[in-house]
Structure formats: structure tokens, C-alpha cells
Design a binder for this molecule. Structure first.
Ligand code: ADP
Ligand code: 5GP
Length: 201
């Protein structure tokens, strides 16, 4: 439930194919009050993806206009396309007391860490490199070249795990969601986020 206090910003990153989209979708079904930020991207929609649901699909010109107008909380170029987080949605939901979830790449997460050091940064990893390869190929959405780019980036990206607060292995979707829900509960109980209780006494 929203409350009188600011919500918590949760950021989920990890290599392409780790299961971020799958886990986020499952989390949104399990936590009705969590607000998922819909990103803006210049990449083309994949079959089944809808404007405003999966992404806001914009042209490069529209995206650059959003950068100029300071409408993005963070943005990055990922695999030849721009991706960014609309600022107003995140700021207003947090101010209303709702938790907000961002599913963004590592470059974007590091920018958010500068602006929201009190955010919670979660790194999602697949159980193994073999499983990662199987998942990217199994999704059936990549060309040979984009598969190579995504799989090739994973080793370097894994090193960035050290910059995050938590790591979650996505072996089974349900189990990964349970771990993330435990993190959310723990963060809501942290002393630093509950010092207001003292003044209420
Ligand atoms: P990402 O958003 O990190 O790129 P996706 O959510 O698109 O990854 O998942 C990549 C593929 O792996 C999809 O086909 C998805 O159904 C599958 N997948 C995700 N999580 C699991 C899991 N725990 N076990 C098996 N397959 C999974
Ligand atoms: P995909 O094209 O597979 O949907 O996403 C490619 C990458 O872009 C993923 O790592 C995803 O987390 C990241 N991404 C999605 N939205 C955003 C965003 O708003 N900002 C940033 N920095 N990365 C994003």
C-alpha cells in the first residue's frame, strides 16, 4: 500500500537473456502496488510488443528531443539503440509513496545510482553461460549478429555485479521472484528507512 513516506526505487539489471523481462512481468503480477516504469526506446518492436506497455517506441529525433528537454531520468545507448527512463512517472510515483521498479541496463543503473543513492540495485544472472546462450537463442528474437553482441557482452557485464546491492540467480522464475520479494520486504524494514518511527513515539 502507498503511505505517507516516499516509495523505494528498485533497479533490476543483468545480461540480455538473464530473464529480466520475464521476472519483472511475474513480479508485477505478484506485487499489485509495485509500479513498473515503461522505458522509451528507438529499437523496433518485437512481435507482440505494444507501444506504452513494453516500451514507448520513438524515433531517434523524438528521443534526442526528450534528452534536450531533460525528460529522461537516465538514458544509454545499448546495442545500437537508445533506451531511457521517463523522469516524471518515476518521480511522481515515488512521491506518492509507491515503490517503482526499473528494468534497465548497467550504464543506466550507474546513472540512477548517482541520482538515487538510496535506491536498491539488484543484479539478475542466469545459472550458467550455457543456459544464457540457450535462453537468448530460445527467445528466437535475435539475428546472428545481435545474438553475438548480447552473448559476447555478458562476461564483461557480469563484472559489474560488484556495483549492485544484491545478486539473484534466475534458475526458476518463481524462486527468483521470491528472492526479490524478500529483498523488497527487507528494504522496507531497514532501520535507515524507518527512523521516522522514532519521532512518532
Ligand atoms: P531479458 O529480459 O533479461 O533479456 P527475457 O525475460 O527475455 O530476458 O528471457 C530470455 C528467455 O529466457 C525467454 O525466452 C524467457 O522465456 C526465458 N527465461 C527467462 N527466465 C527463465 C527461467 N528461469 N528458466 C527458463 N527460461 C527462462
Ligand atoms: P531489449 O532490447 O532486449 O528489450 O533491451 C536491451 C537492454 O536495454 C536490456 O539490458 C534492458 O535492460 C535495457 N533497457 C531497457 N530499458 C532501458 C532504459 O530505460 N534505460 C537503459 N539504460 N536501459 C534499458
Amino acid at each position: 500500500m502507498p503511505n505517507n513516506h516516499s516509495g523505494i526505487l528498485f533497479v533490476l539489471s543483468g545480461p540480455s537473456g538473464a530473464g529480466k523481462g520475464t521476472v519483472c512481468k511475474a513480479l508485477m503480477e505478484r506485487i499489485p502496488d509495485m509500479c513498473l516504469s515503461v522505458s522509451v526506446t528507438t529499437r523496433s518492436p518485437r512481435p507482440g510488443e505494444q507501444h506504452g506497455i513494453n516500451y514507448f517506441f520513438h524515433t531517434r529525433e523524438q528521443f534526442e528531443e526528450m534528452i534536450r528537454n531533460d525528460e529522461l531520468l537516465e538514458w544509454a545507448q545499448v546495442f545500437d539503440n537508445y533506451y531511457g527512463t521517463p523522469r516524471s512517472f518515476v518521480e511522481s510515483k515515488l512521491a506518492e509513496g509507491y515503490d517503482v521498479l526499473l528494468e534497465i541496463d548497467i550504464q543506466g543503473a550507474m546513472q540512477v545510482k548517482q541520482t538515487y543513492p538510496e535506491g536498491v540495485f539488484i543484479f539478475l544472472i542466469p545459472p550458467s553461460a550455457t543456459e544464457l546462450e540457450a535462453r537468448i537463442l530460445g527467445r528466437g528474437t535475435e539475428t546472428d549478429e545481435s545474438f553475438r553482441m548480447r552473448f559476447g557482452a555478458a562476461r564483461h557485464e557480469l563484472q559489474m555485479m560488484k556495483e549492485y546491492n544484491y545478486v539473484v540467480v534466475n534458475d526458476v522464475v518463481d524462486a527468483a521472484c521470491q528472492r526479490i520479494e524478500s529483498i523488497i520486504t527487507a528494504e522496507h524494514c531497514s532501520v535507515s528507512r524507518n527512523l521516522y518511527l522514532l519521532s512518532e513515539w
